[in-house]
Design a protein around this ligand. Sequence first.
Ligand code: SF4
Length: 228
Amino acid sequence: MKKATTRSKNAKQARKTTKVSRAKAKQMVDELCKLYPDAQCELNFDNNYQLLTAVILSAQTTDVQVNKVTQLLFKKYPQAIDLAEAALDDIKEIVRPTGYYNAKANNIQQCAQALVARHSGIVPDNMDELVKLPGVGRKTANVVLGVAFGVPGWSVDTHVQRLSRRFGFTQETDPSKIESDLQKLFPGEDWSKISITIIWHGRRMCYARKPDCLQCPINKLCPSAETC
Ligand code: SF4
């Protein structure tokens, strides 16, 4: 009974900031899940430290670009301890093609140092500890939790922000408020799967500029089909 009350309270809260019903939102993501049944993280990594590092590097660039630089980065520095002790200038040179390379090199090295100092080089499996690491915010932590540990979460990156607004899932612009709207709209166990599916659609069809609405399988459901 208590569960039902909480659910209806969440549904009411969701309706305040979303423009579509839960049923329609489900229909839209079901169609996208059919379109991308194999949607998954597209970053290359061999262990959780590498995943975390790659996700930090992925800000403001593509996964393809990150995979190019991590090929060398992880060959030279395969574990957190290796990157923690590396020459900062060498890290900068390697990650330069991902953009913002000064900040990113600092972040990934300080993150590796913190992993070694606080967690014996092991990536923690919870949000509280992850967001205390240098360069790690909720978006990065949610990707790592979902991919490495199977903990459902929303990775509110640029695609999820843009598409969630286009779909009418939220009217917010602040990532944490978008995350909150999405959490209310979908069951917790589906968050990671829907999140990565939306990211795939953003990369493959619902582009920031000139989305391919004509070919899009949800153009009859999407409230932005005619306006984008
Ligand atoms: S109809 Fe257009 S705006 Fe809507 S999801 Fe498809 S591509 Fe994006």
